[in-house]
Design a protein around this ligand. Structure first.
Ligand code: UTP
Length: 404
């Protein structure tokens, strides 16, 4: 069927406009139109269905005291797995980082003060430290999106992979999804250009498969993937203790957590929902649960997620077969107005479609929450100033002896 006919069927005829496009641009645009995933786009009708209820309970995890007592044995186990080539790292760097307001890949942001120190550089340095201690190299897979792929690759090349062996660094790009207005109409960002956004950080495994890397990992004998976000410049990657604890637990996944600093902290919390490990976003949790304390006065739901997970590779294929839910989220999206000029909205005007890695923890079926010391391992950069910002991260880096 011709794209125009499909558009009509879905009430999106406004997209079938080609004036001002060259023949090649027109062809490219039509190819894009033919690729639209209508099942996803139709979800705009049910944005509220996904916050989902369900009874929640605390989940058992390993706290700092347990970790201190078992550190040596777990570390040994983790180092063994790394040396045997059973561990790879996956950096999720496909996000747009709009809150930071930096016009390049977030990892290329310079957080240095007296010298350049890039976010990517910090992450690679953290991983290098572990590799050196283990005398092994952990393969690093970096997920980008169409919007930042070329720039990310070029940035790594220009900086000589920050000293990491280039043959161990691979890039793959995640899929994009169209943005729609609140009436479900797909937006354009220019003539013959759909307003597309990366399809969320839950798309990483299917994109890894599409790039052929999941098969490569399996062939290499990799059993565990440490998947982590770009924001946290203090995190330990391929942490042998975390690996050892997760392997020893027999669980299919592991998640590093920090204790929530207050009931109001805007962080997703790991708990059990209907008996399965689930990350509940701060805006989904009721006031009573948010403020619930145990007999020692500690918050009951306090396992704040740091976006540093371990997944057993052989479970991931199964997870991917189950449907990862698509979240329909309200965002500000610039679009081509009626008069042909770009409109930059001041408030949310559109839905984006995203799958989230946190839903994979639930699909994994079991998860070991693993506590880390906030001041030593959690310095997320979301904003330029204020909470979780360049400012707070700089302070924490300095406290941890990193020269900026
Ligand atoms: P965030 O939730 O901070 O989203 O991503 P974001 O798009 O990067 O930033 P804002 O909200 O626009 O400011 C958490 C992690 O997930 C990755 C990000 O790169 C970051 O490491 N991510 C997010 C992806 O890889 N792909 C996506 O589609 C979204």
């Amino acid at each position: 069927m011709e794209p125009e006919e499909i558009l009509k069927r879905h009430g999106q005829e406004h997209l079938a406009r080609y004036e001002g496009l060259s023949a090649a641009e027109r062809e490219e645009y039509r190819r894009r139109l033919a690729k639209i995933d209508w099942e996803t786009v139709e979800l705009w009708k049910h944005p509220e269905d996904l916050s989902g209820g369900g009874a929640i309970r605390p989940i058992e995890g390993v706290d700092l005291y347990t970790i201190a007592a078992r550190r040596e044995a777990w570390e040994k186990e983790g180092v063994k797995a790394i040396r045997a080539g059973k561990v790879a790292a996956v950096l999720l760097a496909g996000g747009q980082g709009t809150r930071l307001g930096w016009d390049g890949p977030k990892g290329s942001y310079n957080i240095g003060i007296t010298r350049p120190v890039y976010i990517f550089e910090r992450l690679v340095a953290n991983l290098t430290e572990v590799c050196n201690a283990c005398m092994a190299t952990v393969p690093l897979y970096i997920m980008t999106s169409e919007k930042n792929d070329a720039e990310t690759r070029a940035f790594f090349r220009a900086h000589d992979y920050f000293g990491y062996p280039a043959g161990y660094v691979k890039f793959f790009s995640q899929e994009m999804a169209p943005c729609v207005d609140f009436q479900g109409k797909i937006l354009l960002e220019g003539k013959g250009k759909l307003a597309l956004s990366p399809n969320g950080n839950g798309g990483w495994y299917s994109s890894l498969v599409k790039a052929g890397y999941a098969a490569e990992l399996k062939k290499r004998g990799v059993e565990w993937l440490n998947v982590f976000g770009v924001d946290n410049v203090l995190q330990r990657i391929a942490d042998p203790v975390f690996l050892g604890a997760t392997i020893a637990s027999g669980k299919n996944s592991g998640a590093k957590f920090v204790r929530k600093s207050s009931p109001e902290e805007k962080v997703g919390v790991l708990c059990l929902k209907d008996g399965l490990p689930s990350v509940i976003e701060y805006y989904e949790m009721g006031e009573a649960e948010k403020n619930l304390r145990n007999e020692r006065g500690e918050l009951v739901y306090s396992f704040g997620m740091t976006l540093n997970y371990l997944f057993r590779l052989d479970r991931l294929a199964e997870i991917a077969d189950k449907k990862i839910p698509v979240h329909v989220v309200r965002k500000k999206v610039s679009y081509l107005g009626e008069d042909g000029t770009l409109v930059v909205p001041e408030r949310e005007n559109a839905y984006k479609f995203e799958t989230l890695i946190l839903d994979m923890v639930r699909l994994a079926g079991s998860c070991l929450p693993f506590e880390v010391v906030r001041e030593r391992e959690f310095a997320p950069i979301k904003n330029k100033t204020g909470a979780d910002s360049v400012e707070t991260a700089r302070e924490l880096l300095k406290q941890n002896g990193v020269e900026l």
